[in-house]
Ligand binder design. Structure first.
Ligand SMILES: *Cc1c(COP(=O)(O)O)cnc(C)c1O
Length: 332
């Protein structure tokens, strides 16, 4: 290359660096009105389709952001202890950023989860009977140049999740409630942060959990953080035994309505969403969609409801149907 060309390239490079924001890892997902759900629930239902994120769930927003920040600070490896959508988001972000990823998962993790992680080039270390042991080993293996990426309890993650609200507001949609599924509460914290940024603190968050994974409900009732003895719901992505302290704090600062639905209703909503919109989501997401499948008291007087369609990549339709068959009260 001649000198002029080199100078030109340098100029473009520095211009690029200064004026162009780094391309985020997540997509600006479609926002649609669900005509079938609007008809069924008797109010207008809008869906933010984070099921379409490349890693399969909204988690890429916050985790992608956390990975980008750690990458910029010089981290040379990302470590996760999630065999679910959080681990998949870390693996995807690592592959895109060219940073090696190690995910520690328990022996109870599914072969599907391990296959999905391996397909994203992550190193998968199988250890221990439960998540606790896998996580303990992960933490003990985090080196000085590594970044441990928490699935939900990290302000960087919340900050990234908040982009979901930015996108909805930028489209000019007005809504009088937002429905979100709650596991550890990271998504809820991000949505609350995004609503605050846009002066929407008065818009209630309807926080949905399933029976057997209702750690936010337990905390709200006790007025303090509660650690559940066990997770018994099939909505494994909601299976955090204890929520982030910030999730409980939001319930004390702004309107948050805690709702608990059955596994059967969450599974039914997955099946129905597949029929209505031709997309497969996990029961963790079905829990939120369940509120819109019929007139539901939890949506009370709300007329325009935004449902965060959080997605999830780890359940197959066969698995969802098997779970539904073993559920009492299910039609399947
Ligand atoms: C992680 C996850 C949730 C719950 O998110 P938290 O931030 O843990 O509350 C809900 N749905 C899906 C599909 C998830 O992967």
């Amino acid at each position: 290359m001649n000198v002029a060309a080199v100078n030109c390239t340098e100029r473009l490079r520095s211009r690029w660096r200064v004026t162009l924001p780094a391309m985020p890892l997540h997509l600006d997902t479609p926002l649609i009105e669900s005509h079938p759900l609007s008809l069924a629930s008797g109010r207008r239902i809008f869906l933010k389709l984070d099921v379409l994120q490349p890693s399969g769930s909204f988690k890429l927003r916050g985790i992608g952001h956390a990975c980008e920040v750690h990458h910029a600070r010089g981290a040379t490896r990302f470590v996760s202890s999630s065999g679910g959508n959080a681990g998949l988001a870390v693996a995807y972000a690592g592959r895109r950023l060219g940073v090696p990823v190690t995910v520690f998962v328990p022996e109870s993790s599914t072969t599907t989860a391990r296959m999905l992680l391996a397909r994203e080039n992550a190193e998968v270390v199988v250890h221990g009977a439960s998540w606790q042991e896998a996580n303990d080993l992960a933490l003990s293996r985090v080196g000085a140049a590594d970044a441990f990426i928490h699935p939900f309890d990290d302000p960087l993650v919340w900050h990234g999740h908040a982009s979901l609200v930015d996108e909805v507001v930028a489209e000019g949609l007005t809504f009088d409630a937002v429905v979100v599924s709650v596991g550890g509460g990271g998504l809820m914290c991000g949505v609350a942060e995004g609503l605050r940024r846009h002066g929407l603190d008065h818009v209630p968050i309807v926080a949905v959990e399933t029976t057997g994974a209702a750690s936010l409900r337990a905390a709200v009732e006790a007025g303090e953080l509660v650690t559940l003895d066990a997770i018994t719901s099939v909505a494994t992505s909601l299976g955090s035994r204890r929520v982030a302290a910030q999730a409980l704090a939001w319930t004390q600062e702004r309107p948050v309505h805690s709702v608990v639905v059955s596994d059967a209703d969450a599974l039914d909503a997955c099946e129905r969403f597949l029929a209505d919109h031709r997309m497969l989501v996990e029961p963790a997401c079905g829990a939120s969609l369940a509120l819109a499948g019929a007139p539901h008291e939890a949506l009370g007087p709300f007329e325009r409801v935004l449902v965060v369609t959080c997605g999830g990549a780890t359940a197959t339709i066969d698995q969802i149907r098997r779970w539904a068959r073993s559920e009492p009260g299910s039609d399947l």
